[in-house]
Design a protein around this ligand. Sequence first.
Ligand SMILES: [Zn+2]
Ligand SMILES: [Zn+2]
Length: 305
Amino acid sequence: MKCVKCRDKAAVHIRRHNSAFCPACFQEYFTNQVARAIKEDHMFTHRDRILVAVSGGKDSLALWDVLMNLGYDTAGLHIHQGIFEYSASSFAKTTQFAEARHAKLITIDLAAEGDLDIPGVVSSTRRTQCSACGVIKRHYFNRVAVEGGYTVTATGHNLDDEAARLLGNVLRWQTPYLAAQSPVLEATHPRLVKKVKPLYRLSEYETAAFAFLRGVDYIVEECPFSHDAIQLQYKEVLNQLEQRSPGTKQSFVLGFMREGRQAFAATTEVHLKECPSCGYPTTGTVCGFCRLQQEVQKAQAGGRK
Ligand SMILES: [Zn+2]
Ligand SMILES: [Zn+2]
């Protein structure tokens, strides 16, 4: 197959677009797709200060790489989860990436933040790894952005992530989550920073190809805790559908954004209050992060008796 742009030998095939690109044209295509999402979905401009959540995996590092190349004002935020070898290696890849590009990287070490490392939290509460990790990460991304004066937080969620999440939300008719599933979530409170997902139109295969072609050294292993995660099962099912009819994931996700989300958003009222403990907005009384922190402290106090 030949590159659809320059007729050179193609290296990356994109079946849902029925096209193929040589390495150079693919990088251009990928970058254009990101730039288009940023512009069309009104994610941010060159005046914004963007905090990029970087795990050390292909998606987040590819995202940071593209945003820097497009000339945006960015800093990375890495959360060290304390998950044995996996976290040490994620941290190393992230640091290497930032140093090589002289980019600003902020690191939060959860073990040092009130014993919130993921294995510790899981052993002292009844939470599952992924739910505890999600609560903690969301809290710090927002808090670090607010405190540092960043106007937008960006994550590397790709089309496969969004399709799997959408499928999970639909299967259980999680209406509040469906209302909130969007590549752009505006800041609806002074202490809530706008959240965006600039890679949501690009597949996992495409971000992996981009990271590889750009020579990004990323952590290939999945989080050791994510193996039984239901999200991976949804991805498998979606991959089977995609195999038979390319474009399924894209029409599922983009179609939902176009046709479905507004209907759920219209019926879901969100009342934000300030958490009495940390002051950050929450829909409950005490926010999820502070509740988790209290559970950990209580378990530790119990353990010391
Ligand atoms: Zn080409
Ligand atoms: Zn709180």
